[in-house]
Design a protein. Structure first.
Length: 267
């Protein structure tokens, strides 16, 4: 008799597709428990939730670390004062393929992480992406105007110093592989630098930092405080540029980047 059974066996399983990148959210914080609680609630409510949240406790005297643990975040202490040290410690501790950074007072919408990931995926030679912040709690119309002025001045002034768009620590994401390349060249031990601008200076020719104006988050208007806080912010910006220009002159940066253009990216 002829065996009529099918000897071909079951069909092979489909080939696996590309693995989705894992995501770490890093939040440096110092004495900012109230803002941090709101931020972590919104991060947990993302349409693309993070795989981990790392809160860097920068020697807080309030309940910042307790708020972070209650929200399910991993708390990493950094006793050295200053955002440069706190941010770098958080990036070092992150395990995700993509490291998303925000501040304790960042107010992200539900599509925030998904939007940052989509921007990175649209451009293979992009190592990082940033978007703007919008001031909350100001009178209607005033908040939008001041936000546009604040972000426009920041992006234009720093891009002229960098030769490319800057990162913005309130709203950014980077490939962890890039951080591992540049981590030993950031000035993490200088508290009088802007850490996001300092990190932006690490971009090599042929790489790209994306700036997406549509990827907005809310932020506190405390950045608009005049007097000594404003003077200190300006002094930090000037110091950050001077420290990095001492290592690579501005005309050298521009020449290298104009002579080695990165590939085209999707919008």
């Amino acid at each position: 008799m002829t065996d009529s059974r099918d000897r071909t066996g079951p069909p092979p399983p489909p080939a696996p597709g590309p693995r989705s990148p894992t995501v770490s959210v890093v939040v440096p914080a110092r004495d900012d428990a109230a803002h941090l609680a709101r931020c972590l609630r919104l991060v947990a409510a993302q349409t693309r939730p993070p795989d981990e949240i790392v809160v860097v406790d920068n020697a807080s005297a309030d309940s910042t670390p307790e708020v972070a643990r209650a929200a399910g975040a991993r708390v990493v202490p950094e006793p050295r004062p200053g955002i440069p040290a706190a941010a770098a410690t958080g990036y070092d501790a992150a395990h995700g393929d993509v490291v998303v950074r925000c501040d304790a007072d960042t107010v992200p919408g539900p599509e925030w992480i998904a939007g940052l990931l989509a921007a990175l995926e649209s451009c293979p030679d992009a190592v990082a992406v940033a978007g703007p912040g919008r001031f909350r709690g100001l009178p209607p119309g005033t908040g939008l105007l001041l936000s546009e002025l604040y972000m426009g001045l920041y992006v234009l002034s720093t891009a002229s110093a960098l030769g490319h768009p800057p990162l913005f620590g309130t709203n950014m994401a980077m490939r962890r592989s890039w951080w591992l390349e540049v981590r030993d060249r950031v000035h993490r031990h200088d508290p009088e630098l802007h850490d996001d601008l300092d990190l932006s200076f690490r971009l090599a020719p042929g790489r790209r930092i994306l700036y997406r104006p549509g990827l907005t988050v809310g932020m506190s208007p405390r950045a608009l405080r005049a007097g000594r806080p404003a003077v200190r912010r300006l002094a930090r910006a000037v110091r950050t540029i001077r420290v990095n220009w001492a290592e690579e002159r501005p005309w050298e940066r521009w020449q290298a980047r104009l002579g080695h253009r990165a590939g085209r990216c999707g919008a």
